[in-house]
Design a protein around this ligand. Structure first.
Ligand code: H79
Length: 582
């Protein structure tokens, strides 16, 4: 049996989905016995070490009379989302569906008695939204043999994980795939304890029941691309370069998945449309979460924000749905790029830019206009620069645009499919960006990217002793400042502090010169408005090029400091012409 899904078309085209985290944790909503339990509210049982016998009592209080499946599916539709994934069972073990495998479910254990999964599946069908469920297949804090609950059952050696699979996981997955019609997505999470064989068995079981169901990569150990049908990136993670395989960024609208009464750190509609574009530009879907409260109400703010995203998609959806990732080998400061056959979409985040310039696009641009002012044409110039015929500069004047949305999309009609001459080239502003994922291993010549593609990444997490190199084309010689952008690598908001490890020792070799440097924090900024990740910039030194031409830069990583920031996580190396602000 083939283990990979043969046809991901609907999923691949969708690009935008709704995630829903809902369960008993919506009752405490981030507070236990008068104490705030910060961050992820769905983790409260674990974070406050609440015994099963106590947490279970929440079921008797669970009566979300305002729950309206049609309203939620309708909201997803209004937001422009094409699929929906809800927590059928999260780590706390409580099922939002009728189950014969355990009475710890919404129908048997609550006064509400309604099957939430059933109602939502039917509502999604009515709205034409693909329906899927999240199922925690390894952590279950309610089951003595599952992973995770170390406060009620501290002795791991007494746990029989197989028993948990047989008593609960297989029967419940069976119920989910039998009782609710077509299941479009099964979304597994935190594959601890589960073995490779057990994961394969679970996948075969799903394939047998519903061959069309799409499964995420967090099914099996490591959660990498060898598992399932698409790569689940880390929570809230935005890749820096296009992924070779289908990816998905699951993300929060504020800072928690389950409803919290304390967290009002909502992302703005502009941030969300930018993230959506940036993620699509990297070949991934955006699965954006809402957390209904104990009455089943979607927080009004999140609903309003999502509707605004939906309004933006009404005009700009063609630059998101069904698109392919950026053909350019770098991130632009001004925005992100998506494409379709015969089209390129420049998502312009920076409204102050009056002229957009890209290098090495081989196609002729036949028309350029913003999607929100489609009749106002922008002037395009395409001129060769340098000696290489393929080094064409495409410049588009955007000063005459009259639209007002903060994130506008410039649509270019081009002859044929977007074709960008391979290689890294100095940009029209003089800068040269060496993305970490575009590097090759200097020792082997092998691309650096595949090593992380298993999981996707905000950037490449480096190993001590590695030497990375990049070849690039200098067009306008001169003196350049070299700097490195480094990122946080995992859940690093230790008490609100986002940590990027510094102190790594590197040597940059360029132009016959070896520059030793220590990575430090000279500046810090959020990554593309994404509050969950942070980027620091470290100065490295300067380099001088006398003449145009092809050259190489090598980064030798000699010593890595492994602190709370996850080690040395390099986003890119930048060369900025002396005298330019960075
Ligand atoms: O379902 C959501 C999370 O609950 C789940 N995945 C997403 C989709 C998830 N399970 N584990 N993790 C994410 C990683 C665990 C992170 C932790 Fe923490 C850091 C556990 C304890 C510290 C985050 C912050 C959870 C509690 C506090």
């Amino acid at each position: 049996m083939t283990m990979k899904h043969p046809d991901m078309t609907w999923w691949r085209d969708a690009r935008f989905g709704m995630f829903i985290h809902w369960g008993l944790y919506s009752i405490p909503a981030g507070e236990w016995r008068g104490e705030r339990v910060p961050r992820a509210a769905e983790w409260i049982m674990n974070r406050a070490q609440i015994p099963v016998c106590e947490y279970e009592k929440l079921a008797a209080q669970f009566n979300p009379l305002d729950f309206d499946a049609d309203a939620i599916a309708g909201l997803a539709k209004e937001a422009g989302m094409r699929y929906l994934v809800i927590t059928a069972k999260h780590h706390d073990g409580f099922a939002l569906f009728k189950s014969n495998a355990s009475s710890y479910n919404v129908v048997d254990a609550t006064p509400f008695k309604r099957d939430i999964i059933g109602e939502l599946a039917a509502a999604c069908d009515r709205q034409g939204i693909r329906f899927g469920v999240y199922y925690s297949q390894a952590q279950d804090w309610h089951h003595p043999d599952a992973a995770g609950n170390t406060w009620d059952w501290p002795d791991d050696s007494k746990k029989d994980f197989r028993k948990f699979l047989d008593e609960l996981v297989f029967p419940q997955v069976d119920e989910l795939l039998t009782n609710y019609g077509r299941m479009s997505v099964l979304w597994f999470d935190t594959p601890r304890t589960i073995t490779a064989d057990q994961s394969r068995e679970l996948l075969a079981f799903v394939r047998d029941k519903q061959p069309e169901c799409i499964v995420n990569s967090r099914l099996g150990p490591g959660g990498g691309s060898e598992w399932g049908d698409f790569v689940s990136l880390r929570d809230n993670e935005v890749p820096t370069m296009p992924l070779e395989e289908n990816g998905e960024t699951c993300a929060t609208l504020n800072g928690t998945w389950g409803y919290s009464k304390f967290d009002a750190t909502w992302k703005t509609p502009d941030q969300l449309t930018r993230l959506l574009a940036d993620i699509a530009a990297k070949n991934a879907n955006y699965l954006l979460n809402i957390g209904p409260d104990h009455l089943g109400r979607v927080p009004e703010r999140s609903a309003r924000i999502l509707r605004e995203v939906g309004d933006w998609l009404q005009t700009n959806g063609e630059a998101v749905y069904k698109t392919q990732p950026t053909p350019f080998p770098l991130n632009f400061d001004w925005g992100a790029v998506t494409r379709r056959p015969g089209k390129l979409y420049f998502h312009v985040f920076d409204q102050s830019v009056r002229e957009l310039k890209v290098v090495a696009l081989q196609n002729q641009v036949t028309r350029a206009a913003f999607l929100d002012t489609p009749d106002t044409l922008c002037t395009v110039r395409q001129t060769p620069i340098g000696t290489d015929q393929r080094l064409i500069e495409t410049a588009i004047e955007v000063s005459e645009s009259t639209g007002t949305a903060p994130h506008r999309v410039l649509a270019l009609e081009i002859n044929g499919d977007a074709d960008v001459a391979p290689g890294i080239v100095q940009q029209p502003d003089g800068s040269i960006t060496l993305e970490s994922l575009a590097a090759v291993n200097a020792a082997t010549g092998a691309p650096i990217a595949p090593a992380i593609m298993a999981r996707g990444a905000v950037a490449r997490s480096l190993d001590e002793g590695i030497r990375l190199s990049w070849q690039f084309e200098v067009l306008k010689p001169g003196t350049f400042r070299i700097s490195a952008d480094c990122a946080t690598g995992r859940y690093t908001d230790h008490g609100g502090q986002k940590v990027v490890d510094t102190g790594h020792k590197v040597v940059v070799e360029v132009n016959g010169q070896a520059i030793p440097a220590v990575i430090r924090e000279d500046a810090r900024q959020p990554i593309r408005g994404n509050a969950h990740w942070l980027c620091i910039t470290s100065g490295i030194g300067t380099a001088h090029f006398d003449a145009p031409g092809r050259t190489t830069l090598t980064l030798a990583v000699n010593k890595i400091v492994s602190g709370k920031g996850g080690g040395f996580i390099l986003r890119n190396i930048r060369l900025t012409p002396e005298g330019c602000p960075r």
